[in-house]
Design a protein around this ligand. Structure first.
Ligand SMILES: *Cc1c(COP(=O)(O)O)cnc(C)c1O
Length: 473
């Protein structure tokens, strides 16, 4: 058989498929049985590059051994001591559907290329819209990440308030956002050509939420400078500290000034599933658009993001482009031709991954996950407050907790102590946490993303930090 034929043979797929599933099953089992001690096998970037360059030069043909090496050398998100960045430890069943969707590879820009994923995308968007509190006029789609969803929403907002799509930029325009917003908002504004003047950063209060009483004066100041503010973004929640902006007040402000209100709920928008924590996004139903990442709090592999609009018709005004080979009529609203409304042309079959979770565990699993992780953050806060060596940056609103050792040692400042500890943790690899700077103070930061993480692991983390402080500094 020619190599090309062999590449496509069902027999070789079946063989390597079974081997891969066994490998991944063994991997997850090893994590369960605590026989993988390191969360992160950290290596300096150049060392890692050299390793792979050498591997490349060996030219051996052995995909299974490559799969093994990839597992061994990766960051283990399913490990209960993974508490680093805000990416889900994907539910294994949803990960399996990733194989399904990779084999089928139905792109979905046009209905004929997405016979299953496009209607499913509508089902999921309508469902999420009801969770947000929108009515039947709402609609949306899935897209490749919160970054792209935020950019898309801002493009829609601008299209509503200007004819920039046809005529280019003719006047100065701006968006308003809190100082604590995710960096992708700043980037989106710059991609849109708004420049530094076009990103009005509103100060924050002591809880790291956008200061509502600063909104009007910033808006008026822009107006005086002939800058047209067309949108405001609420963070739900912010990335560094996990703080939720007051969406209700922002909604009132947007309504009064007739500007677009977008909610960046990439991480914490998931609380719309939780009876217990939904209060954090009170007012979200007043927004014009909401972005929520399924690949953060909602058990789905990356990359899977919903962008939902209160008025579904607005989804069609973002990209009013003629693509005659794809669509008979570029002006009509065909929900089933996803490419009319999304940045992407070819797109992953994201809806299948979300739907797989719903088909396997029902929709209540999302609420269970959010409640578990948010509850755990509050228990961790108590644990920290009972230990006089540590202090917390602020009471956690989400599952993100920023805390630090509050003692200096051997000429090291408190910032340096915490920075060294974080570096030692990374090099040692038993835990994976990150760090963040808040008002000139360096904090250790955990995002509790993994429902197998328990309070005992957080106790062990504090013990480990104290041990490192005593023995390694
Ligand atoms: C993660 C995050 C983003 C970026 O989303 P990606 O899916 O990583 O592109 C944007 N905003 C907030 C608040 C986030 O937490």
């Amino acid at each position: 058989m020619s190599k090309l034929k062999e590449l496509y043979s069902s027999k070789s797929f079946r063989e390597s498929g079974h081997a891969l599933i066994d490998l991944l099953g063994d991997y997850l089992e090893a994590i369960e049985k605590k026989s993988i001690s390191k969360v992160i096998p950290f290596q300096e970037p150049d060392e890692a590059f050299n390793f792979w360059q050498n591997d490349f030069e060996k030219k051996e043909i052995d995909p299974i051994s490559f799969f093994k090496t990839t597992i061994e050398r990766s960051n283990h998100l399913h490990h209960p001591k993974y508490m680093g960045h805000q990416v889900s430890a994907p539910s294994p069943i949803a990960a399996l559907s990733g194989v399904l969707t990779s084999v089928l590879n139905n792109g979905g820009a046009v209905y004929e290329m997405g016979l299953v994923n496009n209607p499913l995308e509508k089902v999921i968007s309508k469902y999420l819209a009801t969770k947000i509190g929108f009515d039947e006029n709402a609609d949306g789609f899935l897209t490749s990440g919160g970054t792209l969803a935020n950019l898309t929403a801002l493009l829609t907002a601008r299209a509503k308030y200007s004819d920039v799509w046809e005529n280019g930029t003719t006047k100065k325009m701006a968006v308003m956002v809190s100082e604590e917003a995710h960096y992708c908002i700043d980037r989106a504004a710059r991609i849109m050509g708004l420049g530094t003047e076009g990103i009005i950063k509103v100060p924050i209060n002591d809880s790291f939420q956008l200061k509502i009483d600063e909104l009007q004066n910033h808006f008026d100041k822009a107006k005086l400078a002939d800058i047209h503010v067309f949108a405001i973004i609420g963070s739900a929640c912010s990335t560094a500290t996990g703080s939720y902006d007051n969406l209700k007040a922002i909604g009132d402000f947007a309504e009064k000034n007739k500007i677009w209100f977008h909610v960046d709920g990439a991480h914490g928008g998931a609380v719309v599933f939780s009876g217990k924590y939904k209060y954090l996004v009170e007012g979200i139903e007043k927004s014009d658009s909401v972005a929520i990442d399924w690949h953060k709090m909602l058990l789905t592999p990356a990359i899977t993001t919903s962008l939902i609009y209160r008025n579904g018709e607005n989804t069609y005004s973002t990209f009013q482009q003629k693509a005659q080979y794809l669509w008979d009529n570029s002006q009509s609203m065909e929900w089933y031709n996803a490419g009319k409304r999304t940045f992407e042309c070819t797109k992953l079959m994201m809806s299948v991954k979300v739907y797989t979770i719903i088909k396997s565990y029902g929709t209540s699993i999302f609420e269970e996950n959010v409640n578990y992780l948010y509850d755990l953050a509050r228990e961790f806060e108590t644990l920290i407050s009972e230990n006089s060596n540590f202090e917390i940056a602020l009471s956690p609103q989400s599952n993100i907790v920023c805390f630090r050792l509050k003692i200096a040692k051997n000429g090291l400042s408190i910032n340096e102590v915490n920075s060294k500890i974080r570096r030692l943790l990374l090099e040692e690899g038993e835990f994976y946490i990150v760090q963040t700077r808040i008002k000139d103070k360096l904090y250790l930061r955990v995002s509790l993303m993994n429902p197998t993480t328990e309070l005992i692991h957080l106790k062990q983390l504090l013990n480990k930090i104290e041990f490192m402080f005593d023995q390694k500094l």
